[in-house]
Write a protein that binds this ligand. Structure first.
Ligand code: GDD
Ligand code: MN
Length: 373
């Protein structure tokens, strides 16, 4: 037995392939099989970072890991996010070379040996798999997704170098030093970890690209949805102004501005349609705006900590409770100003402003910040 244990001691892997997963159980075995065959002559491990997938992806990984110590699993609870999963996977390994690849086999794993060779030659710090470099292709995407992708690439020029042809790529390999230099500056919001790395690293990254053709997804469904667009805008904003203003506060304020529109729509209806008192109108409008703000913030601003089911209801209750204190201040201030004869519009705005700062600070800590089981 002691002999067996001694024989089992092996040096740490040289390359770690990080695979973010959410509901990918039917892709895991196939991906591992392909990694084994293309990395035969290398010292590697694969780190699946799974956000508690309901389909049991992590169980499948663990079963395979029992027979092969190169397979690892990092499971996160109550969290979501491709970028943050990649970062935490990188932090959980000691390998000096780090790669990121999707689980669904859309990326061409056969490029991995060449990526590693390129890095070992020492001139570049990161090698990016590119669909837009000469010889690469986006595969059979429909016209609207292709258009969206090109628009996202154009927007990314605000924060990444123009020479990088595919800043949206989710397939790349880098030296560990790239992580060490940028990890504290990463936004880790949404899907675009590569753009985040390029925008965060100083001095600018020395990179090269390898063209590949984006393949069709093997099994399961894409997790990219319309909310990913919001995440992307938040990432860009964070890279541009995050040093001065927390990006969640910006998100909360944008949602709040939409909430003000809801507030005024309801208030107008009650005052001019139903001819009720200002205080009644302001109270009902505040309640409607609170529910609207909670729902939208939960989907957008706090997407990575999104509350569902019974947590959603509890979150709504805590949001309403926390905001009610803000609401009382709102109502008090607004009614006082209205009583001074300043008109209902400026009275309402003053009330909303007083409530807003309170609402952000308190709901950040109570509604979404509270640790969940
Ligand atoms: N842990 C974790 N948490 N993983 C996630 C999450 C999440 O919230 N969301 C998605 N993933 C995993 C998926 O399971 C998959 O392995 C990988 O991230 C990519 O997700 P897809 O849903 O397949 O995205 P896509 O194919 O539409 O887009 C991908 O490829 C593009 C081209 O390289 C992404 O990598 C894009 O960022 C990239 O531009
Ligand atoms: Mn995919």
């Amino acid at each position: 037995m002691a002999e067996q244990v001694r024989a089992a001691v092996r040096p740490g892997a040289e390359l770690c392939i990080i695979v973010p997963t959410f509901n990918e159980r039917d892709n895991v075995a196939e991906l591992i099989g392909r990694l084994k065959s293309c990395l035969e002559n290398f010292s590697w491990e694969v780190m699946f970072v799974d956000d508690d997938s309901p389909d049991g992806t992590a169980d499948v990984v663990r079963e395979l890991a029992a027979a092969d110590s190169r397979i690892r699993c990092l499971k996160r609870i109550g969290r979501r996010g491709l970028s943050s999963a990649c970062v935490e996977g990188m932090l959980a390994t000691t390998a000096p070379y780090l790669a990121v690849i999707d689980a669904d086999l859309q990326h061409d794993e056969k490029l991995l040996p060449q990526m590693l060779d390129t890095l070992k030659q020492g001139d570049v710090e990161i090698v990016v798999g590119s669909r837009y470099a000469p010889g690469g292709d986006i595969g059979d995407w429909n016209a609207s997704r292709a258009r969206m992708s090109r628009l996202a690439v154009r927007l990314s020029r605000l924060v990444v170098p123009r020479e990088l042809t595919d800043p949206m790529s989710g397939f790349f390999m880098m030296r560990r030093s790239v992580l060490d230099a940028s990890v504290r500056k990463l936004s880790a919001i949404g899907f675009k970890i590569l753009a985040d790395l390029f925008a965060s690293h100083r001095p600018p990254l020395r990179f090269s690209e390898l063209a590949y053709t984006f393949r069709a997804r093997h099994a399961g469904e894409s997790k990219l949805d319309s909310v990913s667009v919001w995440d992307y805008v938040m990432l860009l904003l964070d890279k541009m102004v995050g040093r001065w203003i927390p990006v969640r506060f910006l998100g909360f304020s944008i949602v709040g501005a939409a909430g003000v529109a809801v507030h005024f729509a309801v208030l107008t209806l009650i005052l001019q349609g139903l001819h009720r008192s200002f205080t009644t109108g302001q109270a009902v409008a505040t309640f409607c705006a609170m529910t609207f703000n909670y729902t939208v913030n939960n989907v957008l601003t706090y997407r990575d900590m999104r509350l569902r089911g019974v947590h959603w209801l509890r979150g709504w209750a805590s949001f309403v409770l926390a905001c009610s204190i803000g609401g009382f201040a709102n109502l008090g201030v607004a009614s006082t100003i209205y009583g001074l004869g300043r008109g209902w519009v400026s009275a309402a705005i003053a009330g909303i402003l007083v409530g807003a700062v309170w609402n952000y600070a308190v709901t950040m800590m109570t509604t979404w910040g509270r640790p969940r089981k």
